[in-house]
Design a protein around this ligand. Structure first.
Ligand SMILES: *Cc1c(COP(=O)(O)O)cnc(C)c1O
Length: 324
């Protein structure tokens, strides 16, 4: 790599395993399918968000911040990971959550409470229409109370957070090289976009032309992601003067797996959770990985994926949502 990686905190358990799903392959009747187990970045810190937070929180701590403020739904994996990092480092987490969670905390929200995060709840419409003002007010209030807050956007999908998956691509490429795999398709869920943006930039930066990266949207349409992820990639290239040429044509999406909306389940996704659990003893989450894995299953079943080249799925975590 021709560019200096920013400072990072070692929060995740790395490298995560890359495993072949042989029993699943037999059940599917062919195809070579690998799973990059980023659900194993930690227990409390499980999933993709901790890779981004390693860089974002390193910057916050270096700047002398004592409070991390972020946002998400009440089952946000990102909020839970931020709360766990704060507990570990002695920082205060302030989570702006919507909508109002049920009285009895469950899943990720239960963990937010256990980790000692300050949880502030908002009505969804009120939050979405007044986001900027609400965030400004919270930061101003914390400052006037003598705290030094650092705002982290949804999913830690900001230029500094992209380094998590820039780095993860080097890790994955090393594992593939050892296995003698020089070309493959890599599939991952996409929502706030920092994971896919980081992966794209990482593949360009590390010159991994054998990796074809596919994002599977689970919340918004492709036009939205082309705009948002394109913008995030360009901001990251600019902030860190990355010696690469990013264009919109670097992005590849597999559309059609959102269903009726973000976190709204559908039968094929529920079946995918059961299939992986039964054949491999591995658990997906219902919001991100189960839906994105449906794209892989369809591709393997109709021969587009896993035949000419192996296919790697990034298990981005989210297990606690099964208990919400
Ligand atoms: C946040 C999240 C994603 C999506 O990653 P983005 O970087 O927000 O696109 C995928 N899977 C899980 C389990 C997540 O928590």
């Amino acid at each position: 790599m021709k560019v200096q990686e920013p400072k990072r905190l070692r929060l995740a358990t790395l490298p995560t395993p890359l495993v072949r799903l042989e029993r699943l392959e037999r059940e599917l009747g062919g195809g070579r399918v690998w799973l990059k187990r980023d659900d194993m970045t930690g227990l409390e810190l499980s999933g993709n968000k901790v890779r981004k937070l390693e860089f974002v929180v390193a910057e916050a701590v270096a700047d002398g911040c004592d409070t991390l403020v972020t946002e998400g739904t009440c089952q946000s994996n990102h909020c839970r990971a931020t709360a766990a990092v704060c507990a570990k480092l002695g920082l205060q987490a302030v989570l702006l959550i919507r909508p109002q969670p049920p009285d009895e905390p469950r899943g990720n929200h239960l963990l937010d409470v256990l980790f000692g995060a300050q949880v502030r709840c908002y009505n969804r419409e009120v939050f979405d229409s007044g986001r900027e003002g609400i965030v400004e007010d919270v930061l101003a209030e914390l400052k006037s109370a003598g705290r030094k807050p650092r705002w982290i956007p949804m999913g830690a999908s900001e230029p500094m957070g992209c380094w998590g998956y820039i780095r993860a691509m080097a890790e994955l490429a090393g594992q593939l090289r050892e296995l003698g795999i020089d070309a493959c398709d890599v599939i991952m869920p996409v929502s706030s976009g920092g994971t896919y943006a980081g992966a794209l930039l990482g593949a360009l930066l590390h010159e991994l032309s054998g990796l074809r990266l596919w994002g599977v949207p689970v919340s918004d349409d492709v036009a939205f992601h082309v705009r948002e992820i394109g913008d995030l990639c360009r901001r990251t290239v600019e902030r860190f003067t990355l010696p690469i040429t990013f264009t919109d044509s670097s992005m590849r999406f597999i559309d059609g797996y959102v269903g009726d909306g973000y976190a709204v389940p559908y039968a094929a996704a529920t079946d995918a959770i059961g299939l992986l659990a039964r054949t491999e003893g591995i658990v997906f989450d219902p919001v991100y990985t189960a839906k994105a894995f449906c794209a892989l299953l369809d591709g393997v079943r109709d021969g587009r994926l896993g035949r000419d080249a192996p296919v790697v799925f990034i298990h981005t975590g989210g297990v606690f949502s099964n208990f919400s």
